[in-house]
Design a binder for this molecule. Sequence first.
Ligand code: CA
Ligand code: CA
Length: 259
Amino acid sequence: MFSIIIIIILTTLSCGASEDQEPQIKKEITDVLPHDMVFIPGGYFTMGSDTDDESPRHKVWVDPFFMDKFEVTNHQYKEFIEATGHPKPPFFNNSDLNKSDQPVVGVSYYDAASYAKWAGKRLPTEAEWERAARGGLKGKYFPWGDKPVTSRCNYAPKGSKEADGYEHTAPVGKFPPNNYGLYDMAGNVWEWCQDFYDTEYYKTSPVKNPLGPDSGYTRVLRGGSWLSINPKYLKCSSRLELKPFVQDRYYGFRCAKTP
Ligand SMILES: [Ca+2]
Ligand SMILES: [Ca+2]
């Protein structure tokens, strides 16, 4: 087994505490941390920004969870296909996109959710995804800080896809991780979350573990992609709305897991 048994001392913030004042409640749990995931501590963070559907900024509490270090790769997705007979996604034969360590693309929300269930995981909520992307930094645009930097993620700076070293999707983990040890939270592929999308959701979102609207049509993706020209799509707070059956070259995912 690749998994290791760990004892995690969870340090959680009590309800009502500010981000800067952290009364701590210690709770012990014993669990299995999969080798390909990292532990994201529970706590408060400020979700959103002051613009568009990212507004208003609002305080959110997220319980501790595990998050995949990397976007799900073609190699991993091939194992899923072989084990279950799930249909191959488009682009699986495209030599620009189908290397084993490149992220799988052309997966719909339903494909991503099916993979996650097969893997014993689930898709992250939108709130979990944003907390994970911020890596503990407060109020920064990107997982590393405020300035878009071509050496930090795979996108298409000023329309030049290869300016960051990768004309198409990059193999996962080629750029530095954020403070939580997560790779490619900005760029490479947009990542499906489990929530329905609602432009107005942040105005009524619950504080504790928001799950998104109860119903809807479109779903949320996060993080921007290798074809994003404008760095605004790479922001931790950037939200993309998409019909759940769409499969295209920009869309992939990673999984989360409840400890
Ligand atoms: Ca690029
Ligand atoms: Ca990504």
